[in-house]
Write a protein that binds this ligand. Sequence first.
Ligand code: SF4
Length: 466
Amino acid sequence: MQRHNLVPQEELLKSTQAAKRLHDDILSRGLTFYIESYGCQMNDHDAEKLAGMLQSCGYQKATEKFEADLILFNTCCVREHAELRVFGNIGALKKLKDEKPQLMIGVCGCMMQQEDVAQKLFKRFPFVDLVFGTHELYRFPVLLEAALNGERTFSVTQIDGEIAEGLPVERNGRFQTNVTIMYGCDNFCSYCIVPYVRGRERSRASSDILGEIESLAQAGFKEITLLGQNVNSYRGDGGETSFAKLLCMANEVKGIERLRFMTSHPKDLSMELIHAMAECSKVCSHIHLPVQSGSDRILKRMNRGYTREKYLGLVNTLRENIKGIELTTDIIVGFPGETEEDFSDTLSLVREANFSAAYTFMYSPRNGTSAARMEEQIDKVVKKERLARLNELQAELLKKSNEKFLCMEGTVLVEGCDTRAVPMAYGKLENFKMVYFPGDETLLGQLKRVRITKTQSNSLFGEALE
Ligand code: SF4
């Protein structure tokens, strides 16, 4: 079977050997680490790999950032003011480093993949010991060893990323976790920096993904979210395996009860996938389908590759084929050139699509993207006002649409327990709706049938059924 872009075994071995060399000394000194991670689920999952590699080097997890012997910033460049925030938080560590010179400070993640930003950071903060980009993640133990030996280390390469299999992962959850199925993105939406910092699309082999899911099932995980910037364009095994096929294979893994995936690009959402979602019993009745705008003119300027009509058509097809499906979305307001008419198109699409959640953002330019160079940038006051109107509409629609869940029954995977007054267990229904119901921590990790007894704008409340 053809496998693309794998990091050569000898390179991975160098990392394993560096971790082994460091392990005993670091463990005997009881050194600890703290990772401050920003951004999306992909970055959170990278943080789990970084934590796994640090543990293989002998470090233990610190509970408090300021007590740790190594602080690692896993940065993201997607959100507004990301650079200001990260630079501010790193600058604030200078005093701590002066008091505790043996403290190691590292910075990685997609912001560091932007070489100019990484260089600027490395120059501005001479107390930072280690900077590396997203394509170097698997080399972390090698780079860390150099930094621990007193070599200030900077490693950002522009070689398109490869796939590193078999890295140790320290997972945050006990019942629900993420499995990356592909890396990078080829879509070049005009506002987005991701293709520049995460490289071209590359899919993991289905056997590696299924092997990981099987071992997670054996470790007691019940719900898996398959991750990728655009899972719909997954092409594993030399193009032989589509995302729909992969989903069907994952559906067969014993011990896994639920499957989710994130994120789906509307232009690549196929009928094959919709049928797979309908037929695979473990695939949850929820899809996150970012629309970004309801105006064809703006969608074109965003380079999204679909029209409003096509998007709404998909919404209908999903609802016709998948019982009880709920949709969530992302929307950007104030994209360059967005007129009041374009914005009204977004509002009307939101009314028509009836999302169960919308993650809404004001457009803000990212250096290096084509939208940042567009004329007709929208005034911040206008953007703010549009965002407020959109959020108001979404909240109103949500309140109404939540009412339909009253008296309905569903299954919750209990992921937490709030012990304040009356102990309340909580978790998500198959459709991604959060439900709270009386229950304690003995229910953690269980799938419980519940009936909804009360609805609010953002949450549902229920009672457990026998
Ligand atoms: S699909 Fe578009 S928005 Fe999503 S990561 Fe790729 S370029 Fe960015």
